[in-house]
Design a protein around this ligand. Structure first.
Ligand SMILES: Nc1nc2c(c(=O)[nH]1)N[C@H]1C(S)=C(S)[C@@H](COP(=O)(O)O)O[C@H]1N2
Ligand SMILES: [Mo]
Length: 331
């Protein structure tokens, strides 16, 4: 894909150019980002964006660099959430229900050795060591919006590769229609795994075409480093068009199944959390609106909120997966 830059090195979208919607969207985002004052020097836009992401490397954990992703929609130009915010305001109920609990408590999580068991309707089931999973495909950096069902959002540079690479490697059988993700539930290292707020292990699921979508990221790192424990080390899911709770952390098992699997939040409150959980500003949570969100670190508690976008802004990429489905029923 060629993106023209002008003499000043900046990208200038022209209405006359015939451009796929996703590329046009990226350009608009870049312009908005630069208008926000983050730019100023005569570097090409992409180089600036790369420099920004690299500068975000906090130097706290082992480096895990990712190449620039060529997947459509994989790099939003919006301002990154600070590493500080992204690693201190978390949901990881195995370590407590307060947003500050995971950062405080997750140090007990043992991530080495780690393996992910693949079972069910696949030709190559087995235990896959983390080391092997890391090398299975090239690591990419994806700058995704993440929208929690509670109404807040972040923009995070994740590192990983499309889950489809792993799915292809293990060769699903024709009957495999869904993937079930099971995460670690170890009462010795996870103090709240005994609590009754959810059933354990934390479970999530995706339909096969959702799991195969190139934006669905098997995630090993963020901000150019391996995942911090509170963010789901050593391997988690990031599905950017769905509410944050679909992004299962610290995955130990992936099952290929023929029926829609049960999920932790659906079991806890079926009328509030459905299987699909696509970000949708037009379908409210029974107890609150989903029309707006608060960007952590930017939109103050009492100040402006921003409008939530259909499929979290990834409609051009994923809308087709849900053609003909009633999204009010399949929430
Ligand atoms: N195992 C596990 N995974 C989980 C959760 C959890 O409680 N346990 N919380 C989910 C929710 S509600 C959100 S919003 C995201 C938060 O990810 P982050 O802390 O990296 O921002 O993780 C999801 N994955
Ligand atoms: Mo969430």
């Amino acid at each position: 894909m060629l993106i023209k830059t002008n003499a000043d090195g900046f990208l200038h979208p022209h209405a006359s150019e015939i451009t796929p919607q996703s590329v046009y969207q990226s350009r608009r985002e870049l312009m908005r980002w630069m208008a926000g004052g983050a730019a100023g020097v005569a570097l090409a836009g992409w180089a600036q964006r790369d420099a920004l992401a690299q500068a975000a490397r906090p130097g706290k954990l082992a480096a895990l660099p990712g190449a620039k992703s060529a997947v459509a929609g994989a790099v939003t130009m919006e301002k990154l959430t600070s590493y500080e915010d992204a690693t201190s305001y978390n949901n990881f109920y195995e370590f407590g229900t307060d947003k500050a609990d995971p950062a405080r408590n997750a140090h007990t999580l043992k991530t080495d050795p780690w393996s992910v068991e693949i079972e069910g309707l696949v030709k190559k089931p087995g235990k896959y060591a983390l080391e092997d999973l890391l090398k299975l495909s090239a690591q990419e950096e994806r700058i995704y919006r993440m929208r929690c069902v509670e109404g807040w959002s972040m923009v995070i540079p994740w590192v990983g590769y499309s889950l489809s690479a792993l799915i292809q490697k293990v060769e699903p059988q024709p009957g495999a229609k869904y993937l079930e993700f099971l995460t670690l539930a170890d009462p010795k290292t996870m103090p709240f795994v005994g609590s009754r707020v959810l059933s354990w292990p934390y479970a999530e699921g995706l339909r096969m075409d959702e799991a195969m979508h190139p934006l669905t990221l098997l995630t090993f790192g963020m901000y150019g480093e391996v995942l911090p424990k509170q963010n789901g080390a050593p391997v988690r899911l990031v599905v950017p068009w769905k509410y944050g709770f679909k992004n299962a952390k610290s995955i130990v098992k992936i099952r290929f199944v023929d029926k829609e699997p049960a999920t932790a939040w659906n079991k806890a409150a079926a009328n509030e959390y459905g299987f699909y959980s696509n970000v949708n500003p037009n379908v409210d949570h029974p107890r609150w609106s989903q029309a707006t969100e608060r960007r952590i670190g930017e939109d103050g508690l009492f100040a402006k909120k921003r409008k939530t976008l259909m499929f979290n802004g990834y409609e051009a990429q994923v809308g087709q997966l849900y053609a003909g489905m009633d999204l009010k029923k399949n929430y």
